[in-house]
Design a protein. Structure first.
Ligand SMILES: *Cc1c(COP(=O)(O)O)cnc(C)c1O
Length: 457
């Protein structure tokens, strides 16, 4: 390790350019600028190859919920590696870490959930769901009922089925997606609308675009609806309060399955164990990943309601699906340690009652800044919208790349946040202290100032 650490940033950047193709990266820009090389982390801070310290306001990629450097997680992995580093759960095999984790997940989720299917990631979890949903309706003698409704600008992962469930146009364009049987309706993004309606009216109308789609295609064709409780990668889109109750009503009325994609919102991010708890829905499926291990090892899975699991078990025969690393013992051992840590340190009530409200209040004060048109935050998941005019909420020309300019100022000043167009998003670790929350908001204000200065030069 020490030897590796001593190499320079330039060394890593050159080697990286030569041999490493990155996910979600413009390779031409990468080659011009070089990658940001992160070499170590502790608490809520990451350090780059120059030794520069930055507050990680994104928890890696929305996943390091308990922060970096947690010895409990390292110990759990070490111990499990020594005892049983790998075994599979195919063909009637199982092992204690997967079993114990499945039972723990049942304990922290809503009562309709008694079973878990494990995968290695959020994308794999959503691929699993596409197959399970369709198999469920086949087993009930309704093979026509295969269409899944999703939303514009949703993110459900990057494999072929998961990217099809997602509603990112740029992703669809690159490989002939979506696959058949997946359709998209409006997202509940009030700020991005013409704002002629109140948020409450707008939320109802967005939910009713699902109902309109069901009627258009025929209720006997619709298998399920999938949504992130709060759209993450799409720019932390917090739906109006009216939205989710109406979605639940529609799913109930037409008997379609509700999939709550909890890959970001699970494990405390929005102040309850799952986003479904925060927003009051009763889903049939909850895909999860990211925060289940706080990102220390790759693991994903799907919580499956009794309504579906009972049919699969009683009528299904063999389900021809699974991953070599489904329920990987070391990943499961880390997840167990992670969940215990979340429980012991009461991180979920901390987000709901303490650091959540604290950061929300500070974050909201950023809406006083001349460049900011709106701020929003639920739990520890927030966004702010950069605009040219606070009164009309008019956007900058996309080509100016103002969001990216602001993001670069943030990073230069020691804070990692992400730009989605001209939306700056934030999702810090759940262990963020009050002082660190102050730091996060101060640097954000400063970066907005620097962005504004740059624009008037
Ligand atoms: C990240 C994410 C996924 C995909 O998870 P991977 O582990 O990257 O495959 C799926 N759904 C949501 C909501 C996500 O944010």
């Amino acid at each position: 390790m020490a030897v590796i650490e001593k190499k320079s940033r330039q060394y890593w950047q050159e080697l990286d350019k030569s041999h490493h193709l990155h996910p979600f990266t413009n390779h031409k820009e990468l080659h011009e600028q070089g990658a940001r090389i992160i070499t170590r982390a502790d608490g809520v801070y990451i350090y780059d190859a120059d030794g520069k310290k930055m507050l990680d306001g994104m928890s890696g990629l929305w996943c390091v919920n308990v922060g970096y450097g947690r010895q409990e997680l390292v110990d759990a992995a070490t111990q499990q590696m020594q005892e049983l580093p790998y075994y599979n759960s195919f063909f009637q095999c199982s092992h204690p870490p997967a079993i114990e984790l499945a039972a723990m997940l049942k304990e922290v989720s809503q009562p309709q959930f008694n079973r878990v299917f494990f995968s290695g990631s959020g994308s794999e979890s959503n691929d699993t769901i596409v197959r399970m949903v369709r198999t469920y309706w086949d087993l009930l003698g309704q093979p026509e009922r295969h269409t899944i409704i999703s939303r514009e600008n949703a993110y459900h992962g990057s494999t072929v089925a998961a990217a099809s469930l997602g509603g990112m146009k740029a992703m669809h364009k690159q490989s002939g997606l979506p696959i058949p049987g997946i359709v998209h309706v409006d997202q509940p993004h009030w700020f991005a609308s013409d704002r002629k309606q109140s948020p409450a009216e707008f939320g109802l109308e967005a939910a009713r675009s699902i109902e309109a789609k069901i009627r258009e295609l025929g209720p006997d064709k619709i298998a399920a609806f999938i949504g992130e409780p709060v759209q993450g990668a799409g720019g932390v889109v917090v739906p109006p309060d009216s939205y989710w109750p109406e979605v639940q009503r529609i799913c109930d009325e037409y008997g379609i399955l509700l999939i709550s994609d909890e890959v970001i919102t699970g494990f405390g991010r929005v102040g309850e164990w799952f986003g479904a708890d925060t927003f009051g829905t009763r889903p049939d499926f909850m895909p999860f990943a990211k925060g289940v291990t706080s990102g220390y090892l790759p693991l994903g899975g799907v919580l499956i309601s009794d309504r579906v699991a009972d049919v699969l078990i009683e009528k299904g025969g063999e389900f021809f699906h699974g991953y070599t690393y489904s329920g990987h013992p070391v990943a499961c051992a880390v997840a167990i340690a992670n969940l215990k840590l979340i429980q012991r340190d009461e991180l979920i009530t901390r987000v709901r009652d303490d650091i959540g409200p604290y950061l929300q209040q500070k974050w909201q004060a950023l809406s006083e800044h001349p460049l900011v048109g709106e701020t929003r935050m639920v739990g520890l998941m927030g966004a702010l919208e950069i605009v040219t005019d606070k009164d009309t909420l008019e956007r900058f020309d996309e080509k100016q790349g103002v969001g990216t300019i602001c993001r670069d100022h943030l990073i230069a000043n020691g804070l990692c946040l992400r730009a989605v167009g001209d939306t700056i998003v934030c999702a810090p670790p759940l262990v963020l202290s009050h002082a660190e929350a102050d730091e996060l908001v101060e640097i954000t204000w400063k970066a907005l100032d620097l962005t504004q200065q740059g624009l008037s030069e």
